[in-house]
Design a protein around this ligand. Structure first.
Ligand code: PEP
Ligand code: CO
Length: 450
């Protein structure tokens, strides 16, 4: 007889699954899922295991995690420039962070599958009309038409195809002499140079250039600059789809979600008795858990025990997102609970999701300084309690959008409409992201001082 606690690929179906699309075309859904299941995986379990070992190192301060990308990837952005620009900014940030932290940086994109979104409300008002809410391109269309907001199962297939195309290009870029893009000579520093902190940033750039020249001179050019590791991640939200992406490994008999290297559980779907925790506890991938102000310390400990009963290093990354001014209230008790329970985790900070505000004109934005302040606050709490901040998590793009205010470009509320492209949350643009990396790099350098 099956143990009540035994896990199977579909055991999540017996629990309540929050934030799921309500499909009407159930037969079509089944056909699409069968097709996804039949396709070759996007990633290989060996890569997933490598990321887990790298995250184990980040949890003890030997590496640093940079995770970033769109809030909601859009199907229409599956093109050369958008992908290249995103990889470009993530690589450049990783070089800056590597310099400051004196640690190798693990690069994880919110990319090649970040197509499903949890939402606070089931409906939204667009131009005076009440519509079913947009749940990401994997589910429905952003277009403001009731019919197009119906969950459409064929979008899951399209999402899979576009994830494969995206990842294929990322792999080409990462292995095919992509060095130029993360070489400081190719950084666009026009706006960053307007910052009052420029002399400090310039010093970092010069030091990195000198280090690279030195590496090239002594013959490390190829290994150091030509091939880079790049991992993918998305929120594991739409469970029938995540189930279809999950395979039993013929190498070790474990189940892996082979649609991404890392998956995370959102702040809205981490209920202890919910379907998401049930699904996630059976897969071997590294798992992120978003931790917001509603997280109860003892529940968080229980969630980690359920997801990682063997206390495997690198398995759990806690991504805290409280908002500036709130981290120092919420974070210490969570750190204490996790530390007292002796649970190995990698602490990361998402300074984006607790800092959303609306302008007078009702535009959703985030301010550069609030984002920076939550990071500073989080660093300070970890320093005080003797834990490591092992990584950072951003919503960003390599394009020059105007979605977040502030930064050296001086984007104001009035500038937002100029190039506001996101379908969901506002992202840091190219120069805001690079500047943020300089600022974090300086914090890491301070932290590394004896
Ligand atoms: C997200 O990462 O886009 C998101 C919805 O985050 P959270 O679950 O932390 O709200
Ligand atoms: Co978001």
């Amino acid at each position: 007889m099956k143990d009540q606690n035994s896990w199977s690929l579909d055991s999540w179906r017996k629990k309540h699954a929050a934030q799921q699309p309500e499909y009407k075309a159930l037969e079509q859904l089944e056909t699409c899922l069968q097709q996804v299941k039949a396709y070759p995986p996007l990633v290989f379990e060996g890569e997933v295991d490598s990321l887990k070992s790298e995250l184990a190192e980040a949890s003890v301060g030997k590496k640093f995690l940079l995770q970033g990308g769109d809030c909601a990837e859009r199907f229409q952005d599956c093109n050369r420039n958008t992908i290249m620009n995103k990889i470009n900014i993530l690589l450049q940030m990783s070089v800056v962070l590597c310099y400051g932290s004196r640690r190798p940086v693990i690069r994880v994109g919110r990319i090649a599958g970040q197509y499903g979104k949890p939402r606070s409300n089931k409906t939204e008002e667009v131009n005076g009309t009440e519509l079913p809410v947009y749940r990401g391109d994997n589910v429905n269309s952003f277009e403001a038409e009731t019919k197009l907001r119906e969950p459409d199962p064929s979008r899951l297939l399209q999402g899979y195809h576009l994830s494969a195309l995206t990842l294929n290009y990322i792999r080409a870029l990462s292995s095919g002499g992509f060095a130029d893009l993360h070489h400081p000579d190719n950084w666009n520093l026009d706006f960053v140079a307007k910052s009052p902190h420029w002399p400090r940033y310039e010093e970092i750039v010069l030091n990195i250039k000198n280090a690279i020249t030195f590496m090239e001179t002594i013959g490390y050019k190829d290994t150091f600059l030509s091939g880079v590791d790049f991992y993918t991640s998305h929120e594991g939200l739409i469970l029938p789809y995540e189930e279809a992406l999950t395979k039993k490994s013929s190498l070790n008999g474990k189940y892996y979600n082979l649609g991404a290297h890392m998956l995370w559980i959102g702040d809205r779907t981490r209920q202890l008795d919910g379907a998401h925790i049930e699904y996630f506890r059976g897969i071997a991938n590294p798992i992120g858990i978003k931790v917001g102000p509603s997280a109860d310390p003892s529940d968080l400990v229980k969630a980690i025990e359920m997801l990682n009963p063997g206390h495997e290093m690198g398995r759990i990354t806690l991504i805290t997102r409280f908002g500036a001014g709130k981290a120092s209230n919420h974070l210490p008790q969570l750190i204490k609970a996790v530390t007292d329970a002796d649970l190995p985790v990698c602490w990361s900070c998402d300074p984006m999701h607790g800092n959303a505000i609306k302008t007078k004109n009702n535009i959703k934005t985030r301010d550069f300084n609030a984002i920076l302040n939550e990071l500073k606050e989080t660093f300070a709490v970890h320093l005080k309690l003797g834990t490591h901040l092992g990584g950072v998590h951003f919503e960003l793009t390599g394009d020059n959008v105007t979605e977040c205010t502030g930064g050296s470009e001086g984007i104001t509320d009035a500038d937002l409409s100029r190039s506001y492209q996101t379908y969901c949350d506002p992202r840091l643009n190219y120069s805001q992201s690079l500047e943020m990396a300089f600022l974090i790099s300086s914090m890491l350098e301070e932290e590394a001082k004896p």
